[in-house]
Every structure is written in structure tokens, then in C-alpha cells.
Design a binder for this molecule. Structure first.
Ligand code: FAD
Length: 166
């Protein structure tokens, strides 16, 4: 998971607390880079498996998972409402948005890997379908990293735009 990252960042070499929690630039455990269950397990409040059954309360700052789910919802929804035939200006705006998003993403270890993915896999904004497919592939790259099941990208539009065909 996020805590497994060993790269470097704008904050210097990534530092980890003994139990593998990722820390932020303030030197404290990074809430948006770790899951709440990792925090709870680290604090000795519950074993990881038991702690995993609790998510953060809805009115508390997000952990890495809640932030991720909300962010993917936004990203796939942006692709779903992107024009089928975008103008050069719309394409440029989508490119700029993704570039800035990857720089500002609040989980810094996630952001670094996403930037790396974007260097190797240029954002495709020539059409809604290309943008949606690219987003799905980007999400699958994270799914693979986290050991999650890959999503069938031929279904991205049903999941995020039209709803499932019966
Ligand atoms: P999510 O992966 O959040 O997916 C939400 C829903 O999207 C799923 O229920 C499914 O219906 C749909 N979906 C799944 N895959 C696809 C796909 N390929 N295309 C279209 N729809 C799909 N977490 C870490 O721990 N470490 C990281 O390095 C990390 N990097 C991230 C980078 C980015 C840019 C983002 C946005 C998130 C990152 N996350 C990372 C969070 C992680 O991807 C998940 O959001 C989080 O673990 C919660 O996962 P989830 O199983 O609830 O579903």
C-alpha cells in the first residue's frame, strides 16, 4: 500500500516510521497517505484486520482510501462529461488539469507514482473515449500496485456515464 513506497519526494528521501506509516513534510504521520486502519494498528488500538472494518467518520479528514475513492469519482466523472469531440482549448485544459492534479494530490507518495505513470503514459485527451480509457488505465495501474482486481476498461463508460446495461 502507500506505506510500502520507498522513493524520494520534494520533501527529501521518503521517511517511514517503524511500523511503516508514511510521514508528511511536517514530520508527522501523513493522514492522506495512510489508511485509518494503519493508524489504529500503529497506535496499538486494534490489530490491522479489526481496525480495517472502520472507516473515518464522515465529518473527519479523509484517510488515503476515502480520499482515493472520492478522487477517482471526480476524475472518472470528468472524463464521462468530457466532450466527444473536444476543441484544442478543451484538450489543453484537460491536460493542464491532470498535470496540476498530479502535482497537488494530497497523498504525496501516490502523487509521485501518478506523476511517474503520466511520464510513461501521456494523458490522451483527443476524445471522450480516449480520455476515459486513459483514466481507466491509470486507475488500473494503482489497482495493480495495491494488489486489487483490474477493472475491464471496455466498461468504463457504463460504470461512470450511462449506468450498467441490463
Ligand atoms: P477505488 O480504487 O477507489 O475505486 C472506486 C470505484 O471505481 C470502484 O468501486 C470501481 O467501481 C471503480 N473502478 C475501479 N477500478 C477502475 C478503473 N480502472 N477504471 C474505472 N473505474 C474503476 N492508495 C494507496 O494506498 N497507495 C497509492 O499509491 C495510491 N495512489 C493513488 C493515486 C491516485 C491518482 C488516486 C486517485 C488514488 C490513489 N490511491 C492510492 C487510492 C486507491 O486508488 C483507492 O482509491 C483506495 O485504495 C480505495 O479503494 P477502493 O477499493 O475503495 O476503490
Amino acid at each position: 500500500d502507500a506505506a510500502g513506497n520507498t522513493g524520494t519526494s520534494v520533501f527529501g528521501p521518503s521517511k517511514k516510521l517503524p511500523k511503516g506509516l508514511v510521514i508528511g513534510k511536517d514530520g508527522k504521520p501523513c493522514r492522506t497517505c495512510n489508511s485509518l486502519s494503519d493508524f489504529r494498528a500503529h497506535a496499538g488500538k486494534a490489530p490491522k484486520a479489526a481496525a480495517a472494518s472502520f472507516g473515518p467518520p464522515s465529518d473527519c479528514p479523509p484517510d488515503v482510501e476515502q480520499l482515493g475513492r472520492s478522487s477517482w469519482t471526480l476524475l472518472h466523472s470528468i472524463a464521462a462529461t468530457y466532450p466527444k469531440i473536444p476543441t484544442p482549448v478543451e484538450q489543453s485544459q484537460a491536460q493542464q488539469f491532470m498535470g496540476l492534479f498530479s502535482k497537488l494530490y494530497p497523498c504525496w507518495v501516490c502523487a509521485e507514482d501518478f506523476q511517474e505513470f503520466m511520464v510513461k503514459n501521456k494523458v490522451r485527451t483527443e476524445s471522450r473515449d480516449e480520455f476515459g480509457q486513459w483514466m481507466c488505465e491509470a486507475h488500473n495501474d494503482v489497482n495493480r500496485k495495491l494488489g486489487k482486481k483490474e477493472f475491464d476498461c471496455s466498461k468504463w463508460e457504463e460504470r461512470w456515464r450511462t449506468g450498467w446495461k441490463d
